[in-house]
Design a protein around this ligand. Structure first.
Ligand SMILES: [Zn+2]
Length: 406
């Protein structure tokens, strides 16, 4: 099996390099936005979307047109990569995994990726990395990079530049040290409830930081746009956002590591996070009951990064020879784990489960986790999707998620 890993370091660019990185990020953004505008225009005129190859041919033209020849100063692979990103954004949109692609704004998620490892050199002894058209850049080395480099992404966050080095290591698929399995129910009151009875408290990071964020944002609206003071205030807001993201990343990593160590098989419900956050808007027939309450829930869902948590669980389990399996949500909250009686009445409240047939009582989230585990075992036993734990190494990435769901 191949183990993918990312190593992220802060870059220490020289002034000239920093100016170039800004320019490259701008060029990538321009290419993405121009490609997007083109696709939208074609759609409005009832024409077929352009494929990646056709977009790349256009890119070559742009790089040779006098008005946009500044694009030729940027490395070509990252520019092509932004067209690839556009392709993926559309694919996700058509598969209903994401909203329609949007135009990228300056200063927001500034980044570009070098997809060709042959053009990248890493000199770990001197803590520097060579990137096309930038040359050698120093970075703050906090650990050794392991494995073979696959690609490198340069990005800006909170006014600082970072490099993320993605590598791949060939590994024998290990046998997971644990033999236990667990079902996990994701929730709002509890971030995650495990079928063994343990649970993880939620981390409402943006709510916790909400006050600080609001305070930092206030001067932004009072100050003159693009004035020096406005820029300072904006930088403060961005630093805070970056810190919130760090806290959340740390939270999710600690939890997903623990679970992936303790259990070889993890079952989760195959909920689409996006659908859950959509439902608050309501439909024509059902114009969003409890819209306010629901959008509160939705904020928590997105806040807590269930999607990211699942992604981490999936690859960390795969590293250790375990497996994450998604099971379709079917009456997991209404079925009795004792006698299998299924009824809405089993759920007298959001938080509590009481079986009307056998009288079994338990926390409702724990009941759901137990049912998810059972459903997962049933699914594996009957081989409906042909998953065996020994194949763990072959199940990676988002396409697998779709396969589990199918
Ligand atoms: Zn029962």
């Amino acid at each position: 099996m191949k183990r993918k890993q990312a190593f992220r370091f802060q870059l220490k660019p020289k002034g000239q390099q920093e100016r170039q990185m800004k320019r490259f990020a701008g060029a990538c953004r321009y290419v993405f936005n121009r490609g997007l505008a083109l696709q939208k225009e074609r759609y409005a005129q009832g024409e077929k979307k352009l494929g990646y190859g056709e977009l790349c041919r256009l890119l070559t033209q742009w790089r040779h047109t006098p008005e946009t020849e500044w694009l030729a100063e940027a490395p070509v692979h990252p520019l092509q990569q932004s067209l690839k990103n556009l392709e993926r954004a559309y694919a996700n949109f058509f598969a209903k995994r994401a909203d329609e692609p949007r135009f990228k704004k300056k200063g927001k998620h500034d980044s570009f990726r070098y997809p060709d490892p042959k053009q990248i050199k890493l000199d770990q002894g001197n803590s520097r990395i060579f990137l096309p058209k930038l040359g050698w850049i120093r970075y703050r080395k906090s650990r050794d990079v392991l494995g073979e480099i696959r690609n490198v992404t340069v990005s800006r966050s909170g006014g600082k530049w970072f490099v993320s080095i993605q590598t791949e290591v060939d590994l024998e698929t290990p046998a997971h040290p644990s033999t236990t399995s667990v079902g996990i129910d994701m929730g709002v009151v509890r971030f995650a409830t495990l079928s063994d009875g343990t649970y993880i408290e939620p981390l409402n990071s943006s709510r916790r930081h909400g006050k600080a964020l609001r305070k930092a944002q206030q001067p932004l609206s009072r100050k003159k746009r693009f004035s020096n003071n406005w820029k300072k205030a904006r930088a403060r807001v961005r630093r805070l956002h970056a810190r919130i993201a760090d806290v959340r990343r740390d939270f999710l990593h600690k939890r997903s590591t623990t679970i992936s160590k303790n259990h070889a098989l993890v079952f989760v419900e195959d909920l689409q996070v996006k659908n859950m956050s959509r439902s608050a808007k309501g439909t024509a027939e059902n114009p969003g009951r409890n819209v306010r309450a629901k959008s509160g829930i939705n904020k928590s869902i997105l806040d807590q990064g269930w999607h990211e948590f699942r992604r981490q669980l999936e690859y960390k389990l795969a590293w250790r020879g375990g497996l994450l399996v998604a099971v379709p949500p079917q009456n997991t909250s209404r079925t009795c784990p004792e006698c299998r009686h299924t009824a809405a009445e089993n759920r007298p409240s959001q938080a509590w489960f009481r079986c009307v047939q056998c009288g079994f009582e338990e926390n409702a989230d724990l009941v759901a986790a137990m049912n998810i585990r059972r459903a997962g075992h049933a699914r594996m036993a009957c081989g409906s999707n042909g998953i065996k734990p020994s194949e763990a190494g072959t199940h990676r990435g988002s396409s697998d998620r779709e396969r589990h769901a199918a």
